[in-house]
Design a protein around this ligand. Sequence first.
Ligand SMILES: [Zn+2]
Ligand SMILES: [Zn+2]
Length: 547
Amino acid sequence: MPLGGLGEFGMNCMAVRWGDDIFIIDAGLMFPESELLGVDIVVPDITYLIENRQHVRAIVLTHGHEDHIGALPWILSELNVPVYGTEFTLALVDGKLDEHGLLERATLHEIRPGERFRIGPFTINPIQVTHSLVDCVSLAIHTPIGVIIHTGDFKVDPTPTDNRLFDLHTFAQYGKEGVLALFQDSTNAERTGYTPSERAVRRKFDEVFARTERRLFISCFSSSIHRIKLALELAHEYNRKVALLGRSMMESTEIAQDLGYIDIPDGVLIHPGQMKDFAPERVCVLISGTQGEPMSALSRAAVDNHKHARIERGDTVVLSSRIIPGNEKAIYRMIDHLFRREAHVIYEDGSTPPVHVSGHASQEELKLIINLVKPRYFIPIHGEYRQLRRHAELASSMHGAVGQALMLESGEVLELDELGARTAGKVAVGRVCIDSGSMGDVVEDLVIRDRRHLGEDGIVLPIIAINKLTGRVESSPEIVMRGFAATPENGFLEQAREIVMKTLELSSDEEKGDYGVIKEKIRQDLKRYIVKSTARRPLVMPVILEI
Ligand SMILES: [Zn+2]
Ligand SMILES: [Zn+2]
């Protein structure tokens, strides 16, 4: 039962059940889309697990990215079951649970590739794979009716920077013995060819280090341990001191260093306050904020608003990450500021060698694993609908290797038994928005923007209750206003309510099923009415309640 991550980006979570035993693979979050202003994180609805709480035995993690572990505090606070993960994954989990005061009563079990462990009727064999993060595994799950393999996130990197190789042999071995079902990462199913090795970035970094005459700022995701390691190695080689800027960058570097993933020679690291004591050509700064998050260290440096990081004429700034769709504006705005400061900016622009490579398998790698595993059933996971579809089509075309490709979306139950596989009903799924108040830079930005807007014009919240199963609007919409008052005489509220009802009536079921679309339609229509009738521009933020 996929409880999240199929047909949507992030929030990966799947329940596996045999009789009265359930275990969960991954517990990921989703970062809120812009229409969820002011919400910190989004986690999967776990009603199904709570209703079956006496059967839930454990959570098994494939790796430590937020879209796989970010919902753990939320799930563990509801269901305190043992958590299994690799050493590095658990180190990240540790910090996360500690932050939420859950570490004391959590039970964490470390797993190692190739070392089988049991959960109820299942025997699970973690298989080492490569990805943009370290210590990632696929899971081969032995069940009473056969083996199913869940790939987690992966790419097939033949030259991983940590030399921990992708265990193709074990995949092949399972393929020989027979695999009932393969659940495979679809993130890059639209990309042809192969995803370049993490090492491809080294050529570009080398070139940049050799060419840079003044200070060098490198920004990447704090979880990109491979990238941080590379930057540290080259900084040492090119005789530059390294300062770490940004809390997440410091934390993950520390974990990676503790666990031996990176080895920082003595004297390389300096405190940010010491940067001014070294000549510009002796300094390298690892700085967080690749996505243009306005409160991040790099964004602040770009507008000369950071205590330690001043970006000056001739400095070089490297953005070693992808531009996540939806963040383009913020990122390009930040890059513009950097150009204004006459810095050299290097970002992913399609040129080679690349300054960033993806962590997910492209089509040829997906086909390779399918060929090795030769599953009777193939189910694409981790992706938006089109990616799942493309992935299923790709598998379907491989007649010799795949019995049948099946499509599932979050909430759809796949039943496997001696006779075969079929979809069998649905369980409750959905998104739960969490407002924890301390989830990092992006949120701060949203909150600040909201507050500014609220302070000036107030807020109008149309609240619509939609039945998740039928897609029907359950009652007349409520409209809540703060910091914005319309004269009651002219029947403003009644009319606003009518506008919302009309928008809903004129929308197709498909539009109503896509909350992003329906919210935007309601926002636009209501805003038009408010501006026309009151000449004011409050923040209009439609809220959909799934019931
Ligand atoms: Zn990942
Ligand atoms: Zn992922």
